[in-house]
Design a protein around this ligand. Structure first.
Ligand code: SF4
Length: 374
């Protein structure tokens, strides 16, 4: 297939759905409770809702929306740290657009900008580096956020800054890693996930090998999946074949973009610039060992956390907010008490309502939920 429309072909989707409907009848475990399949990545969550795939699946399959949206798992304390940096004199604070509206304990970056802080939206860390070169009398900070997908571009930007001797550029590093997080989910005592749709974008960088512990130690299958409707349906079908055959393997449906061993140049840049943090705090999931990276000592001059004073506090989510339960798959977004009422995409109370990849935002936009009758 060459064009995107071909990955949305209704006849092929119907054929895959027929196969899915057939195969669930061959899995005895489905008769006791629905199979729980977690889509790890927020991009998958968005596609599943955008194309209405959840409603097309048989009742024997329950999709659980995982933690793979970096904006959604950003704890309030880190947003407060961003604002503390941005409000310091002589600072230009740069960020991707979807982080602007994430609520901190008192305000979001957008509200801080409205209050006079020099906060600018950029499309890449290289844009922020250019800004630093154009404004040598300012301290330009880039808010580095995201999984292994965005980590290489941030690493390459620091390598470039060093090469060019730029001395007024800083990174506030909030990059996180997916593998320890999947492990934390697998280790949780109430874990009932039967299989995983693996994150396509992250896998382009890390390849297949890092997932092998999931099949080896936890006997759960994982299929790395693309983001179009046929990708997702085919990946689900591949998972169901494994479950029926009582296999637990790592398979790759997204072969058109995910090489088996990942992207070596990207991994090399990441390991040159970053090292694992001892732990990182995730919204709703708590502190997870080795689940984030920090800047290596050899790049310390670019580290905003060493250069600026930040509060670095752990801030609890508002009481009404049930983002943590949604992130762990314990409740559906619409079961949160404030869904569609106090918490909407225009006035998000929790981070899952901010990003289009957040499951609450996806349910709100595409889930056809009658919020007046919840
Ligand atoms: S509705 Fe809002 S507060 Fe509730 S879980 Fe979703 S994002 Fe969090």
């Amino acid at each position: 297939m060459k064009f995107v429309d071909e990955f949305r072909d209704p006849d092929m989707a119907k054929s895959l759905l027929d196969k899915i409907n057939q195969i669930v009848k061959e899995i005895p475990r489905c008769q006791q409770r629905p199979l729980q399949i977690m889509e790890v990545c927020g991009g998958h969550t968005h596609s599943i809702f955008r194309y209405g795939l959840e409603q097309l699946l048989p009742k024997e399959i329950e999709l659980v929306h995982g933690p793979g949206c970096p904006v959604c798992v950003l704890p309030m304390g880190r947003v407060d740290d961003c604002i503390a940096i941005a409000e310091q004199p002589n600072v230009i604070f740069t960020t991707f657009g979807d982080a602007m509206r994430v609520p901190g304990s008192k305000k979001s970056l957008l509200q801080a900008k409205a209050g006079g802080a020099d906060i600018r939206m950029v499309y890449s860390p290289m844009d922020a580096l250019q800004l630093a070169k154009k404004n040598p009398d300012k301290q330009v900070v880039f808010f580095g956020l995201g999984f292994e997908t965005t980590m290489p571009s941030t690493a390459l930007t620091l390598l470039q800054a060093k090469k060019e001797g730029v001395s007024n550029f800083y990174l506030f590093c909030n990059h996180i890693t997916i593998i320890p997080t999947i492990k934390a989910i697998l280790d949780s005592p109430d874990m009932t996930i039967d299989g995983f749709l693996g994150p396509g974008h992250v896998s382009m960088i890390i390849g297949q090998k890092p997932y092998e512990f999931i099949s080896r130690h936890y006997q759960r299958p994982l299929v790395i999946a693309g983001f179009e409707p046929l990708d997702i349906l085919q990946s689900l079908y591949m998972l169901l074949i494994q479950i029926r055959d009582e296999r637990a393997e790592i398979e790759n449906q997204y072969t058109r973009l995910v090489p088996e061993s990942g992207n070596r140049q990207a991994l090399q840049a990441v390991s040159e610039v970053f090292e694992l943090r001892e732990f990182f705090e995730w919204r709703g999931l708590g502190s997870i060992d080795h689940s984030g990276v920090q800047i290596r000592q050899s790049f310390a001059q670019y580290d905003a956390e060493r250069h600026f004073i930040v509060p670095n506090l752990t801030i609890a989510d508002p009481k009404a907010c049930q983002c943590g339960e949604v992130l762990k798959g314990a409740i559906k977004p619409w079961q949160c008490k404030v869904f569609g009422k106090e918490c909407t995409p225009e006035t998000p109370l929790g981070a899952l309502m901010v990003s289009t990849e957040g499951s609450c935002s996806a349910y709100y936009a595409y889930g056809k939920i009658d919020v007046d009758n919840l």
